[in-house]
Design a protein around this ligand. Sequence first.
Ligand SMILES: [Zn+2]
Length: 394
Amino acid sequence: MTEWLCLLLPVAAASGWWAARHARSGCAAQGTVPDAAFLRGLNYLLDQRPDKAIDVFLRLAEVDGETVEIHLALGSLFRRRGEVERAIRIHQNLVARPGLDREQRGFALYELAQDYMRAGLFDRAESLLQELTEIEPEGRRALKALIEIYQQEKDWTNALNAAERLQGLTGRPMAAEIAQYRCELAEEALRAGDPEQAGECLREAQAAHPQCVRALMLQARIELGHGDAAAALALCRRVAEQGPQFIPDVLPKFIDALGRCPGTDLEAELRRLYASHPSPALATALADAIEAAAGPAAARDFLVSHLAEHADLTALERLLELQSADEGGCPETVQRVVSRLRARQSAYQCDQCGFVARRLHWQCPSCKHWGTIKATQPGSMDPSLDSPPTPPGA
Ligand SMILES: [Zn+2]
């Protein structure tokens, strides 16, 4: 059924062009030679011989100046069917034709750039799209496509420039994306051993998008590197306020900073966070803090109370470790089974498309949204409170 539909789409496109052309000419008697050629091309499409059909339609283009629409329709349909080489051939032929007006040429160049992107020929696509950024109305679409390419190539400087141009053209806020590109540049600077440059990028990220928790987390990392634990602690607290879903990701820096700040109370801080945003990472960190302050029995009591409400394998694994230390504790086999089950759990999930991951990605590899992948939360021990799992790709 699907194959038939795919076959009929180009046929429908060609037929639509033929009908429109005859409506314009006003009679069926004109142009009998192109009509015969057109029917031959149509037959090739129906016989599933698309290359023969393309040959006919391209020859038709040489004697008939009204075939821009059919070229665009067929090229687009071939690309959607995954037949990119055929789409490229059609669109290349079209842009090489003299006599196209500015709008038609812009549209055809954009379609050809899409073909190149689909074929993975990013250099060629980028070159065409850069040309198109100067041509309205294709400029906006070209900038969006360029951003897609630069993101794929991790060329954050060009992605940033294109996003700022697009924001200026459309007025659509792109502050969240711009801040993420600046964070990517900050990470590059950190990898190159230049924390000052990284700090500058993060200040610009914060200026562009004050809600960007990633910039706060990176700045906390820099402050810890400089030995300024108080500044790092203040930044971690801001992450917890602005993006509580990211508390599990900032927790190691939070605990590090608290440990270096005199007069702070690690257990009290973790209890405060846990009360409002319980998570597997917080539960185990709090259990560790309780064990250090009051001994393993108190840590076990806390974990039991946590597990009474949360189906949390990470906390269960920690509880079994504490119990195994006692005589007659949990059998090792049970611990190993729980560890295996926990290791197979997906730790992160995209709240836009349901993509699951083992680590935090700031840009979802599936839907390409920024900041939508977050640590997964364990289900409730009350089945009536559980939300159904989000299917991948939903
Ligand atoms: Zn996603």
